[in-house]
Structures are given as C-alpha cells and as structure tokens.
Design a protein around this ligand. Structure first.
Ligand SMILES: [Zn+2]
Length: 289
C-alpha cells in the first residue's frame, strides 16, 4: 500500500485500534514491539536505509507513544505474565559505519537504549556487504573503534554471524558453529564484554533452524531475534524475540505499531521451538507416562 492509502486505512480503523488497545490493556495483554533498522543516512538511499530526518521523526513518535526500553528489559516484559504498557525496543542489524554520523549520537542524546547486531568478518576486513556490492554501492562497515565508541555511548552490541550467512542454508555443522559462536567470540574478544543476544541474518522462519537455536541456548546466549514482522505476547518463553521492520517510512511504522487486529495475528509456522517450550513438552511427556 502507498503511504497515503496506509494513512487513510489507519484513520478509518483508528477507533477499532483504540478499542483493541483498551481491551488488551484491561486483559494485561499488550504485546511488545521490537524494531530493527539497518542504516540511517542521507546519502545512497536504499531499502535498508532511512534518512536522518525520518529516523528523528520515528524517534519523536515512538517517544510520544511508547516507553522505549532495552532489549533485555523488553525480554523481561515478554516473560512476565501480564503487560499493561505500550512498549518498544530498538535494534540495528549488520553494522554500517554511517550510523556513527547521526543514528547512534541521536539515540545517546535522547537517552534511548538500543542493541546493535554486528556481522564480524566485515568489521575485521572492512570489506563491503555482498548485498551492497550487488546494488553497486560498496558502503563502509563499522570499525572496531566505532563499536567501542557505541558501547561507551550506552549501546549494547550483539552478534549477527561472521559472514551474514543464511543459517537456514547452512548444512555443515562446523560452519554453522563458526558463523554463530565465532561471531560471538569475536565480539567478546574485541569488546571484553559478554554478548547476550544474537540476530539471525534475513530473520525469516526459514533462515532459522532448531540446531542453531540449540547451539545459542547451550552457549548461554540470553535470546535471539528473528525479523519476520511479528509482535511478542506477554507470558511467552522469550528466548525467541520477534522483530518488526523499522526502515520503511513513517506511515508504515505507524500502521504496524498502532495495534491493528490484522497485524497482531502471528500465523507463521516456525521450524524450531524455544528451549522453554521444549522443556514444557518434556514435562508433559513425563507426566503422561
Ligand atoms: Zn542482516
């Protein structure tokens, strides 16, 4: 839908959205939103870039309408049995150097927490991402120094594989472990800090496997992010953190985040289950015997 059509649709459904939010609030069942961005810049616009002005408008609107929390706070709220507040957490994927110009200083200036997921081999080598080379615009990935600065500015750093690998296509377990655990190890070595969260590149259900989820759980990671556009309901296991796309324009963001009944339904079939769900299944099995 075009921006104007989206705006009109939101106006027409405004009353039902407000009523829905009230019902969710009364039930203590307001879902939690986690957004993901990639690159904030006014040069070389593309599908994974948002302009500095639009990003500032997003933050204005989010600050007015939501409590903006860290990823770990969002996870606590997802695990709690009830939530009565509209809440959003902000994340970034890939690791673009351009984010040093506006996005990160602006988040720090406003005191907004964020988690920044980095693909470590691009930081190590400085080579551009394959998706940017395909688009003929070799953009600069972050450097070690930039990541250390972000950390000092209160931004949490998370892992996003070493080579932006599609984990769903990764059939070799050694390679899989290298992509996942290697990227976590790289960041821990560079930043001298534990890395608590991992985001799957591409983030659709078919880009995530049970083996990968189990490897993350065994490694003591606190949770992982997908990116297929879903909300997180209170009372969930909370190891899997569902995210919504922030890069597209304001109309789309507002349409997503104002509790439209159509957007709240998550009908995705997932090819993996979360550790807590598996423990529950096991308990049920034992009780049945
Ligand atoms: Zn990515």
């Amino acid at each position: 839908m075009k921006d104007q059509a989206l705006w009109l649709y939101r106006q027409l459904t405004a009353r039902s959205r407000t009523r829905l939010l009230e019902t969710l609030r009364e039930d203590g069942n307001i879902p939690i939103a986690i957004l993901f961005y990639h690159r904030v810049s006014d040069v070389h616009p593309n599908e994974w870039t948002i302009s500095t002005a639009d990003f500032a408008r997003h933050l204005d609107w989010l600050q007015e309408n939501f409590e903006i929390v860290s990823l770990s706070r969002a996870q606590e709220m997802i695990r709690a049995p009830k939530n009565e507040k509209p809440v959003v957490a902000i994340t970034f994927d890939d690791g673009y150097s351009d984010n040093s110009t506006f996005a990160i200083p602006e988040l720090a200036r406003r005191g907004i927490p964020a988690t920044y997921f980095v693909t470590t081999d691009f930081v190590r080598t400085g080579r551009p991402f394959p998706h940017d080379l395909r688009a003929d615009v070799p953009l600069q990935p972050n450097t070690f120094d930039e990541l250390r600065q972000y950390l000092e500015m209160g931004i949490e750093i998370g892992a996003h594989t070493r080579n932006h690998a599609d984990i769903g296509q990764c059939v070799n377990e050694t390679e899989l472990r290298d992509e996942i655990l290697g990227s976590i190890h790289d960041l821990q070595t560079w930043l001298h800090k534990p890395i608590d969260y991992f985001a799957f590149p591409f983030g659709l259900p078919h880009n995530i496997t049970q083996l990968a989820v189990d490897i993350l759980h065994e490694a003591g990671v606190k949770g992982f992010c997908s990116a297929y556009g879903a909300w997180n309901w209170p009372g969930s296991p909370g190891f899997h953190l569902r995210r919504i796309h922030g890069d597209p324009g304001m109309a789309r963001l507002q349409n997503w985040l104002t509790y439209d009944a159509r957007k709240l339904a998550d009908s995705q079939q997932l090819p993996f289950s979360e550790p807590n769900e598996k423990e529950l299944e096991l308990t049920t099995l034992l009780l049945d015997e």
